[in-house]
Ligand binder design. Structure first.
Ligand code: VGL
Ligand code: ZN
Length: 198
């Protein structure tokens, strides 16, 4: 079985949000057109506590987009975003959440970030998504969302490792591009790992 996997389509990643992904809102019409075509639609939601270690604000003297070490792992510092139970963490308006069967939250542990929807960045804990998809008989994933160069990429790589067939719906994804070319490099990395582009 095939499922549509929507990554972090949340207000803070849309234009005007605290960690806006350029053109992030442009994927909504495309995603909305696709959702009814799938028997199973699953979404991830970045869901951080206020004291999360990925927020520059929680590291006095450090700036946004600086690199630090967080509990032994390299970590990019981000603007405060997707704080649990705030408007920025809500799914973007226009996304028909009634068509989403399951939501997997990630990034709750203040000591570690979780770009992938399947595991945290240190592969220390599972979100349960891979196991749940397998229990539903899902073998194939079509992925859309933000950001192509972070959460989309690491979700795709983990899903491939766990044995899913994965395709990226490229016109339904947008990236941050902190460095020019990051999105293109992310797409190459995903392709090299076995992801198809559609
Ligand atoms: C994301 C940075 C920090 C993403 C989430 O959804 O790609 N990026 N948290
Ligand atoms: Zn985050």
């Amino acid at each position: 079985m095939k499922a549509l996997l929507l990554i972090d389509i949340q207000n803070d990643f849309m234009p005007g949000g605290s960690l806006a992904v350029p053109g992030g809102d442009q994927i909504i019409p495309r995603v909305s057109e696709l959702m009814p075509k799938y028997d199973l639609v699953v979404a991830t939601q970045d869901w951080h506590p206020e004291n999360h270690g990925s927020f520059a604000n929680n590291h006095p003297g450090k700036n946004v987009f600086e690199q630090i070490s967080l509990d032994g792992l390299p970590q990019t510092l981000w603007p405060t975003h997707c704080v649990q139970n705030t408007g920025g963490a809500l799914f973007a308006p226009g996304l028909d959440t009634r068509l989403i069967q399951r939501v997997f939250t990630k990034g709750m542990n203040p000591q570690i970030d979780s770009y992938s929807g399947l595991h945290d960045n240190g592969h220390r804990a599972s979100t349960g998504m891979g196991e749940w998809l397998q229990s539903q008989g899902v073998t194939e994933l079509h992925v859309a969302g933000v950001a192509t160069d972070y959460c989309v990429k690491f979700t795709v790589l983990d899903a491939l490792t766990e044995g899913f067939q994965v395709s990226l719906i490229t016109d339904a994804c947008r990236g941050v591009n902190l460095q020019p070319g990051d999105v293109e490099r992310a797409i190459k990395d995903m392709q090299a790992a076995g992801c198809k582009m559609m």
